[in-house]
Design a protein around this ligand. Sequence first.
Ligand SMILES: [Zn+2]
Ligand SMILES: [Zn+2]
Length: 604
Amino acid sequence: MLLFSTEPHPGESLYSLLLRTAKSNFMDNPNWILQNFKDFSTLELIPNEINWLSDANLKKMSEFLSISYQKAKELSFHSTLSQHQLAINSIEKNPWFLYSRTKCCPLCLQESTYHKKNWSSSHSLICTKHGIFLIDACPDCNTSFKIQSIVENKCKRCNLSIDSVISKQIAQSSTLIKYQRIVDGLFTPSNFIYDHPYINNISSFIKVLEFIANWAVRILPSEKLDLKVLSFTYDGNAKERNSLKNAKHIEQAICIYGFAFMVLENWPLNFYKMLNDAENSKKKDFFYFVDIIVPSLYNSELSFIAIEFGNFIAHEKLRLPNRYNFVCTEQIKLLNDNFNASIIHSNLLPTYSYEFAHKNINLVSSEDFNSFLIDFENSFTKEKLKERWKTSSIATLSILENKFLNNAFNFRSGSVNTWVIPKDSVIGFEKKLAAFSTQLPEQPITTRQAIEWFGPKNANILFDGILSGKIKFNFNKSIGESWVCKDEVYEFVSAVLLKNGETTGFIPLRNLVFILGVKKSDIIYWLRTGRFASFSEISIDSIPIINVNHFLDNYHTTLQLSMIYKIPIKRLLKKHRLGKVVSLSGPHFNDGQRLLFSRNIEIF
Ligand SMILES: [Zn+2]
Ligand SMILES: [Zn+2]
C-alpha cells in the first residue's frame, strides 16, 4: 500500500495523478508504482492505457489511489467518450484522444505541474486561458511529449524544462479561439456554445469535424489545408488507411481541424468550395467519396452533409433556384419506404440529372417530392385495384401497362414491383367506362369471363373495344362483374390479334386457340397434317402469320362458322350430324378430334 495519497487537480488525467502519487511517495522511477499496483491488484498496466481504464480495473485503481470510483471515472478518457456517445474501435487508433503522445500548455505547467485530460484530446489546439497554441514536442530536440514528460516537466531526451518553452500566441478574436472554446465543451458538458443550423451538441460537432477533416485530407491537394494566415503548413502526412492518424502532431491538427472548422463556419459555401477543389484535383478517394460515402450519410447524424451535397449539385452545377432544397433520388427510400430511387422513372416527379465525379446524380426538389407524397396517399396499389375491380392479377397488369390510367407508374424494389395508381385516374377510368354503359347486351358474358377466354395478357384489347363503342358494355357492381356481348368480344378481339400478327409476323398459339375456338392439341394436329402449309417447327408457341393466313384462307372451324353465320354451335353440330353441313375432316374421317370445314362452304 501507498504511504501518501494525492488529491487530483482540476481537469487532471488519471495517469497524471498516478505519476504524481508516485512522486509524493518518493518513487524516483515511475515503474515502481506500476509494480506496486501489480502487487495490489495482479494487473499489469501499459502506461499509455492507464487513462483508458474502465469498470473493474478502474475500480481497482481508485482503491489503490484512495479516491472514489466516481472521481477516478472523471479522470479517465472513457467517461468523456461515453458521456458524448463517441464510439471507438481501437484505443491506439481512436480519433478522439491521443494514445502515445500528448500536447500541453507551458504556461499552465508554470502554474501547476500536472497533465490535463483536455491536452490529450485530438481536437485541442489552444490553451484559451493563456491564449497560446499547445505544444507537443521539444523545440530543441523535437522529441514528442508523453504524459510522463509533462508531469516531470522535462524533455525525456534533452531535459529541457517544458514550462520554459515559449509557444505562439493567438489573438482572442481568432476563429481558432472560438473553435477551442467549443472543443472545451467536451470537458464541461453543459456548456455547448456553437450556433450552427445543423449542429446542436458537442458530440455531433466533434463527429462532423472529424468527418470533414478526414475527407478533406483525402480529396484535396495538401496545400488547400495550409493555414496561411497563421503560417502553418500542412505536410500531407496525417492520414492512415481509413482515418486520420491518431498520433497527429500539433501543426497537422491545427491545419486540418482549422480547415474543417472553417467549412462549418462558412456553411455551406466553404463546403461547396471544398467539393469544387476536390473535383479539380481528381484524387481517387474523391470518386469513392461521391459514390459511396455521401449516400451512406443519409439517416445518420451527418445527413445534413449529404443533403447539402444534393443542394451543391442543384444550385452550383445545375443552377436550379436557390429557394428550393433538392434531394438525391438515393435518399428517397429513406424519406418514405414506399419508394426508392426508381422514382426518377415516374413522370410525376421532375428529375434533374448531372454527372459529377463520374457518377450520374439525380435530384428531385423536396417540394415536388412532398406534394408527390400527398398524392401517393391518394393512390391505389395494383392489389387494391384488383380487389376493387374483381379482375385477375395479369388482367389488371395488362390494363396498367397499357396506360389506361393516367399517371400510374411502377417501380421495382428488390424483387417487388409496386404500382402507384392515383385514385383520380382510377375514378376517371371508371367514369369513362360507365359513360359507355348500355342495357344488358345479347349473349352476355362478364368481362372477367371474356378476359379468361381470350387471355388476360390481352385484357387491354377488351377496353379498347368498349371505349371505341365496338363492344357493348353494361356496368354491373365492378368492372370484372360487368357485362359485355360475347359475339362482339370475339369479333373485335380476334381482329386485333390478327392485325397484331401481321405486324409481328407471328401469332402466339394461345391467341390462335381463341381465334379458332379449338384446343392447342387440335392446332398442333392440323399443323402436322399440313393444314397450315409447310412449317418448320422452330417454336410451336408462335405460328408465322403466313401459315395462319394459309389456314384461314382455306378452312373454317366450328366456332368461326358459328360466329360468321350467327348460328349457335349446338345447332351447327346438329346440322352437321344431319348431313346439311359437310366437313372436310373430323373424328368420323378418323382425321383429328375436331371438325374442319371448307372456307367456301355454304350453309342453308
Ligand atoms: Zn495554459
Ligand atoms: Zn528535448
